[in-house]
Every structure is written in C-alpha cells, then in structure tokens.
Design a protein around this ligand. Structure first.
Ligand code: G6P
Ligand code: ZN
Length: 543
C-alpha cells in the first residue's frame, strides 16, 4: 500500500458536541478539514491497527467522498477490515446494529442527523465504540485534544472503491466489504417484534403514513413495512434518500414535518402517522387528530413493551434525559423499576444499557430506544407502536388517553430560539446561573419559584461527572421549566426552554398543551429574561 504523510496544522473548533462533530458542509469541504478530524479520531481512540470498522452515513451531500477519504486513511493507519453500507448508506441505528453483530472495533457515521443537508447545509462525523454506542466524554475529549496538536496525517493510495455493489474486495491486505444496509437490521427487528401480528394488522386494512423525509430510513421502511409486513405500497413517503433531502429539513417536528401533521389532522387521516429524521434515529408518531409527544411516547412504550416478544420478560429499568417530561417516571414507579435521569445526549445511556441497569430509554427530542442497539432507533419505535396496536386493537388516541387516565398527564412543550448570537445566549445562561441561590421564593409572572438548580450527572457505572447540563426551575404547584443551550446547532446558539406541568389521574387531560402551560411559559420567559437577552418575543420552533 502506498502511503503518503501529509503535514497539517490544528484547525480550531473541531470539538465534538452532543453527537459528534457537526459543521456546515462548506467547513468540511475546506482542504484538510475532514482529514484532520479523522486523524484526530484515530489518535484519540489509540490507533486502528488490525481493526474492523463499520462505515456508513445518512446519504447527505459529501457522504460518498468522505467515505472514500476515510477508507484511505483507515487503510494507511493499519485497519484490516472495513464494512461499508451499500452506496455509503447506513442509518445510525443500523450502524450500531452492524457494529455489535459483527463485533467490530467501532464505527464511523457520516451524518448531521436532523440538520438540513446539501452543499449549503450541514455535515457531520460521529465515532461509535465496539458496543455500538456513541463515544463517551473521555473518548470525545481525547479526540478533541488530538485535533489541537495534530501536525500530520497519513493517507493511502487505493484503487477506486465501488460503493454501489454488494461485494468484498481486498486492496493490499485491506478487506473492504460492501454490505446490504438493511439485512442485519431487519433480522434484528424480526427477533424483537411479532411480525405476524403486525402483518395481520395491515391485512385488516390498517393505514400508516410513514414519512422517511428523503433520508436514511427510506430503504429500511420500504423493505420492512411494505416488503415484509405487507403495508400498502405508498405507505412510505419520500422514501428515496437524496443528498439534499429533497431540499427539506429532515427533522420530524411540527414545523418540518408539517405535511404529515396536516395529513393526520385531516378528517380522512390514516390510522397512524410516523416519521424519522435524516439518519433514522429519531421517531415521531401521530394518531388521527392527536400527535403523540415524544415524552409521552416513551412512557407509553415502556408501559406496554411486554406486549412485544423481545420485551415480554419486562424491563430491567428505564432512563430519560433530564429535560424530558417526567411521564416515564410514573410508569417506572408503577412497574416498580428504577428510573435514571441523564443529561441530554444518547451517549449517557450507554453505560446504563451495557450494565443491564435499563432496557429502554428515551428523550424529548424524539428519541427512543432499547438495549437492542446503542443508539436511539426511529423505525424500532414505530414497530413497537405497531406491535402494541396489533395486540391491543385500539386506536392511538384511545391508547394515549387511557394512559393519561391511568398515570396522569404531563403537559409538555419545548420552545426553541434559534440562531441567537452566541454571546447573548451565554449571558442569559450565566445570569440565570448566578441567580440560582436567590430564586426560591421569588415571583415569576403569576407563579412562585420553589427551587432552582443546575443539573449535573454522576454516572453510576463509571463515576464520571458531567456538569452544566441545564438549569431547572421548579414552580410551586409542580410546574417545571428547564433551560439549556443546544449542543447540536451549527449557527450561533439555540436556546431550548422545556416546559412541563403535571395533571393527575382524574384531572383535565383534554387541554391544548400551549394553553395548559401558559402560566409556566410566561414565568419561564420572565425568570430568564428571554426577550431582554435575545430580542425575541416568540420561539422559532415549538415542539
Ligand atoms: C441528538 C442527540 C440526542 C439529543 C439531541 C438534541 O439527536 O443524539 O441525544 O437529545 O441531539 O440535542 P441538543 O443539544 O440540540 O438539544
Ligand atoms: Zn438523528
């Protein structure tokens, strides 16, 4: 193998965030940018000599080119076996599945998740470990450290690699195996869920509209839902992965999945609406006339998981990220299992899953998953919902309303203020942090503050400490507002305000969330001085 050593200099700002390194596509296209970051990963994980690595991405602009660069650099660094999704495609949960199934050393996923793609959109790279999960803090900091001291990288000369054909070839001792991206994943889904029962549901006329948003889940959803489960052809919409996601923003929320929300609000709505994001790890589920909030969805899935074969023995425990509503806590309490509260970011669930402390986990940001892989999994959540629907033979709104009637309803919403000047957003957070001690007893709008703190997490497995993970303000009467800055944005800062109020069993569960939370929304705005600091009077996105 002909290997060239290229001298380079550290590039500022290559700091992995909530989910790998995510930047504007243009930044990744700068000469040496990707190469530097790959070299830093290789150094940060202690080299790849003899390694087996899984490689894939969500198919966005730049994906194939980046994979080719990665292959040449892994080859130069001594990797032995590369397993790559056909056409460079692997959804994030499928990548996690393949890493585990093939007992690979780790995996590289090219994705900026739900961020827009294309030349003017975003690009990203995330490294996952042998357990199939995102690299934890100690690894991402080692990678970041390596980005700051890099002086050269190695790259091999290789013949053209054909990513379009499922085949295994060898280049000077480096085995490059291009695999069908769906096979391993579909087999795993078939182990977990009752495919016969779900097929029966579709055979009985159940109608599903699944929006793949021109992103990674298209081929998976078509093969599994339409292919194996017999859902009507056309169930999967926008099923062709496109480099720019068809100019759409592959984030399944009320703004970017508006067409699906409109469809599900219409009188002729199908029985279920669902969508995934760019790399297929998020999910959104809607019933006719009733979108299911992600925080409710994870609670309902946990309460009903035993109805699916893969979870019939029950759950060891559950976890949610701190800003996620506490609906899951009520289910855990009733099931008599432990509930863990972690910082935002799927990587924090990894240790709990590996240690067998939890079976399922989820986040308000449309993520749900279980110990079957070490990523959240959009299609998995849709299949679990389908399995539950097939067994319970009730509609989604019936199941959701029964859940509230039994456990109470956690009214919940998230308000996002996007692309704020970073300095102004940081000032808002630091002023709020400085006032934490004096907030209890103060009035905010019509509410009185009961307590306030900054969330820190002691990982119960490895003892690590993650600090500054968001500010919590509790109001008298049980309401809660959480403030944090997003770790996945690529433009300025995004302020996320998470708002929640509990209405017990027997209470009024029929209100519109924005109305039910109006007092808390106003109080949160006042406590943090959102308008004063950001100049904004309205959030950009409400989920
Ligand atoms: C990614 C991560 C999630 C996280 C979400 C929002 O999807 O995998 O774990 O909840 O981003 O993160 P952010 O920092 O933007 O709120
Ligand atoms: Zn994603």
């Amino acid at each position: 193998m002909n290997i060239e050593t290229v001298s380079t200099k550290p590039i500022a700002g290559q700091k992995p965030g909530t989910s790998g390194l995510r930047k504007k596509t243009a930044a990744f296209l700068e000469p040496g940018y990707l190469e530097n970051y790959i070299a830093a990963i290789i150094e940060g994980i202690g080299g790849v000599e003899g390694a087996t690595m899984v490689i894939g991405g969500d198919g966005r602009f730049g994906n194939r080119q980046a994979i080719k660069t990665l292959v040449r650099m892994l080859g130069a660094a001594g990797a032995k076996h590369l397993i790559i999704g056909q056409n460079g495609l692997l959804s994030t949960p499928a990548a996690s599945c393949v890493i585990r199934k093939r007992q690979a050393t780790g995996g590289f996923i090219f994705s900026a998740s739900h961020n827009p793609g294309g030349e003017h959109g975003d690009f990203g790279l995330k490294y996952n470990l042998a357990n199939g999960g995102p690299a934890p803090e100690n690894v991402t900091s080692a990678i970041y450290k390596a980005t700051q001291t890099l002086s050269s990288y190695k790259i091999a000369e290789l013949d053209e690699i054909d990513l379009s054909k499922v085949a295994t070839v060898e280049h000077d001792g480096l085995v490059i195996e291009v695999i069908d991206p769906v096979t391993d994943y579909a087999a795993l889904m078939e182990e977990l869920f009752d495919f016969d029962a779900i097929s029966g549901l579709f055979a009985g006329g159940f109608r599903l509209a699944y929006d793949a948003m021109h992103a990674a889940t298209g081929p998976y959803a078509k093969a599994i839902l339409e292919g194996r489960l017999g859902a009507a052809v056309g169930t999967v919409r926008n099923g062709e992965p496109l480099p720019d996601f068809g100019g759409l923003h592959p984030d399944p929320n009320p703004v970017h999945a508006k067409a699906l929300f409109d469809l599900m609000a219409a009188p002729e709505a199908p029985d279920m609406g669902a969508a995934s994001d760019g790399d297929g790890d998020r999910n959104l589920v809607l019933g006719p006339g009733l979108p299911v909030s992600p925080s409710d969805s994870i609670a309902i899935l946990a309460a009903n998981a035993h109805l699916a074969p893969g979870y019939k023995r029950g759950l060891a425990g559950v976890a949610r990220s701190m800003p996620t509503s506490r609906a899951l806590d009520r289910v855990a309490e009733e099931l008599g299992i432990s509930l863990y509260e972690t910082p935002t970011g799927w990587k924090f669930f990894g240790n709990l899953l590996d240690a067998g402390k939890i079976t399922m986990c989820g986040e308000e940001s449309a993520g749900a998953g279980s110990d079957h892989v070490r990523e959240k999994d959009g299609l998995w959540a849709v299949l679990l919902w389908l399995n539950i629907l097939a067994v319970r033979r009730q509609s989604i709104p019936e199941i959701v309303r029964e859940h509230w009637a039994r456990f109470g309803r956690n009214y919940y919403t998230r308000h996002d203020y996007e692309a704020i000047e970073t300095e102004r957003a940081e000032t808002l957070m630091s002023e709020l942090t400085a006032r934490l001690g004096s907030l209890p007893g103060e009035k905010a709008g019509s509410l009185t503050i009961e307590g306030a703190d900054e969330f820190a997490y002691h990982d119960p497995i490895d003892g690590s400490l993650a600090e500054h993970q968001g500010i919590r303000v509790l109001f008298e009467g049980g309401g809660r507002a959480v403030f944090r800055l997003s770790g996945t944005g690529t433009e300025g800062a995004t302020l996320r305000v998470y708002l929640e109020r509990f209405e017990p069993a027997g209470g009024d569960h029929a209100q519109e969330p924005q109305q039910a939370l109006a007092e808390i929304i106003a109080a949160a705005g006042e406590v943090a001085g959102i308008e004063k600091h950001t100049g904004r009077t309205e959030p950009d996105v409400i989920t």
